[in-house]
Write a protein that binds this ligand. Structure first.
Ligand SMILES: [Zn+2]
Length: 412
């Protein structure tokens, strides 16, 4: 079985209707003999385009309906790989096994969308999409919005083979992967994935990007048989804590790669750094730190934390105040200029990127850089020190590590 090869011969589906309008869903466990005799008596049509479909009962693939011609409903069936058919079938049966009312390949004529599975749970209507192929981002976002505007809670599950783990807790995530990010009722953010071959759910949570494409994350694997819908909608909280030493090593590696890459000279951010008589390798230790909500920015934490330094902290002396209003203003100005990008997360109600900034200020407070003196005001206690040489940088790093260690200890 090839996972990522498109099935030949047009659009395949698991649900069709008879000429008399009866729905035949292959998600229900029909016996092969039953289906053979049904095929002798009936003609089947595609519920979306109305064209004739053939019931395929071979041994090589799972039973499915195939369009006789191409089918004009192609837009509703992107990337129908064997893996996709298999995955949605398993997820459908999993829901039915929990006595959850579900419809496979449900076609909502009003909004002209066809979630892989529509189900109802605790008074809500869900549209489940199991995605094995890369959908254009704009299509993904538009579909998600349409679901939300029409009373559905979308739940997009990515095929686990689409996730690329590099080592330990490092995963490579493109903008496309972040589209799958959802929030549990309690507000924890995670990306759900599924592997039909092994029958495993994979959850990615505590995602902290260090570059546009790479992130630290906590990855957990759950057997389908041991997981229920409630686990999928609200995975158990993870207590994963990022190792600062590992973080720093990756950030340094990333800086090195970035600083040496051929396009570096044309990069606006690097140019901005040089204009401030700074360079990537002599940034203060307080820039490029891991904070919980930094995934709300598509931009690397090195970049947005440097901008906060330029715009808010650099010009201030010990004892000076800065307000939340000003911080917001400066961040929004960078966003307007497209020097900072807010991530597109269509399954969330909003993308509260200021949370990342507040996480960072909270961390700076614990590092003794500033104090929060009211709900909206901070006071600078200590300016960032710019190392003058690599040797100085190493000495500062040593001290910084001791601080980080000290408060990690106090945190336990
Ligand atoms: Zn069709």
């Amino acid at each position: 079985m090839s996972n990522s090869v498109y099935m030949k011969g047009g659009i395949h589906l698991l649900t069709a209707s008879t000429k008399a309008g009866k729905t035949i869903c292959l998600g229900n466990e029909y016996r092969k003999e039953t289906l053979i005799s049904l095929r002798e008596k009936e003609e089947f049509i595609c519920p979306i385009c109305g064209e004739g479909v053939i019931l395929k009962l071979g041994n090589q693939r799972i039973f499915h309906f195939a369009h006789k011609r191409g089918g004009t409903c192609a837009d509703f069936f992107d990337g129908e790989t064997e893996n996709h058919l298999e995955g949605k079938l398993q997820l459908y049966r999993w829901l039915i096994g929990q006595k959850i009312p579900a419809i496979l390949e449900y076609y909502d004529r009003e909004i002209q969308q066809r979630p892989d599975i529509m189900f109802k749970y605790q008074g809500h209507k869900y549209a489940l999409e199991y995605q094995c192929s890369r959908l254009p981002e704009q299509v993904f976002i538009k579909r998600t919005r349409t679901y939300l505007q029409n009373g559905y809670i979308p739940i997009w599950i990515i095929a686990s083979e689409q996730l690329h783990f590099k080592k330990d807790n490092i995963v490579s995530l493109a903008n496309f992967h972040y589209l799958f990010l959802r929030s549990s009722e309690k507000g924890s953010l995670y990306i759900p994935a599924y592997c039909p071959e092994k029958r495993f759910f994979h959850f990615l949570d505590t995602i902290i990007p260090f570059s546009v494409k790479n992130a630290f994350a906590h990855h957990s694997v759950h057997r389908l048989d041991n997981t229920n819908l409630q686990h999928l909608l609200a995975p158990a909280r993870s207590f994963y804590k990022i190792s600062f030493t590992k973080w720093e090593a990756e950030v340094n590696h990333f800086k090195l790669h970035w600083g040496l890459s051929s396009g570096a000279r044309s990069n606006h951010f690097l140019y901005d750094l040089y204009n401030h008589n700074l360079n990537l390798f002599l940034l203060p230790c307080e820039i490029g730190l891991p904070v919980p909500h930094s995934l709300f920015f598509q931009t690397s934490p090195i970049v947005w934390q440097t901008y906060l330094y330029f715009d808010v902290l650099m010009g201030r002396n010990q004892g000076d105040l800065c307000t939340l209003g000003e911080i917001k203003y400066q961040i929004n100005r960078r966003i307007e200029r497209k020097e900072l990008n807010v991530r597109q997360l269509p399954q969330l109600d909003s993308v509260p990127y200021m949370e990342a900034v507040m996480d960072y200020f909270f961390l700076l407070e614990r590092l003794g850089v500033l104090t929060k003196i009211s709900e909206t005001t901070f006071q600078l206690k200590q300016k960032f020190v710019i190392p003058g040489s690599n040797r100085e940088k190493e000495e500062m790093k040593e001290l910084f590590h001791q601080k980080i260690k000290a408060f990690s200890r106090n945190n336990k």
